[in-house]
Design a protein around this ligand. Sequence first.
Ligand code: UT7
Length: 325
Amino acid sequence: MSLIRTVIEGCGSYLPDTILTNDDLAKIVDTSDEWIYERTGIRERHIAAEGELTSDLGTAAALQALEQAEIDAKDIDLIILATSTPDNTFPATAVTIQANLGIHHGAAFDLQAVCSGFVYALATADNFIKAGQSKKALVIGSETFSRILDWEDRGTCVLFGDGAGAVVLDGQKMNGASDARGILATKLRSDGRYRDKLYVDGGPSSTGTVGHLRMHGREVFRHAVTNIADIIQETLAGTNYTTKDVDWFVPHQANRRILDGTARKIGLAPEKVVMTVEKHANTSAASIPLALNSAVADGRIQEGHLVLMEAMGGGFTWGAVLVRW
Ligand code: UT7
């Protein structure tokens, strides 16, 4: 049997130069390095410079991914940008990245699923490619959450940061074997009953303002471990694999305690979990490709490895992607 597989050919990431440490934050709000690190595993986050936009971060990550994939920007016919912090309400920030890359054909659009944005975008691009509608795609997660934080709310401003990550996807004819490279399974979920647990209190249609991020942290935490564990099991259930077969678990980087709890619940060895939250905090849709790129760059993820990505965020939305690297 011959079918198209979506192969990840390269990845890249970008973090703005300015670093804000927990100690820096303790000068702004009533908090401490000890509290933040113990509850979240975060030590520092990066903050975009004045005038540095989500499109700039995304473009930098995309260029690195294209270089690693050794694919010319002109060959890309689809760009999906996962973001909740677009440059403007419209046009889509993806078209700015498209223009920055000198691409004038194909399609580019934004996708908004907050912290689950990258897995939503990856699943969407995979379907475009499998349907034959696209051949080579860029999937980017880019965020400037520092712009929507309430810097007087210690319950949220310590948790997030700015950054971007990207992957280059290539549709390749395969024999369908599960040991062949490419995306093997994707699963997406949402449940809008929980949309007020993690949200922004403004928007073009409601208040006419950008608004600030608001979160019921405990409730998000409570749902996160259960939803993530469930989606992982559902994703693996459609394949011949179990958690024991997974070489690398690359989760959304929100909170070390959520990741530890999930790993314990599904029986995943902690040393297989790629964890970068300490260095960049929660960068929403950018966090998975940031973690992915670090594990590829340092040689942990190798061709042939089974890699499982998952995320959960505002909406609630959640999802997972299983890929043979
Ligand atoms: O993509 C999903 C994104 N969301 C998340 O990952 C968030 C999931 N939730 C969490 O990770 C945790 O709920 C938090 C880390 C946000 C908070 O931890 P918690 O153990 O649930 O703390 P809490 O909100 O129940 O607050 C406990 C105490 C409170 O003080 P009192 O009322 O007990 O006196 C807070 O006011 O900690 C206080 N607190 C802080 N203290 C120092 C809240 N934020 C801070 C802070 N520094 N930054």
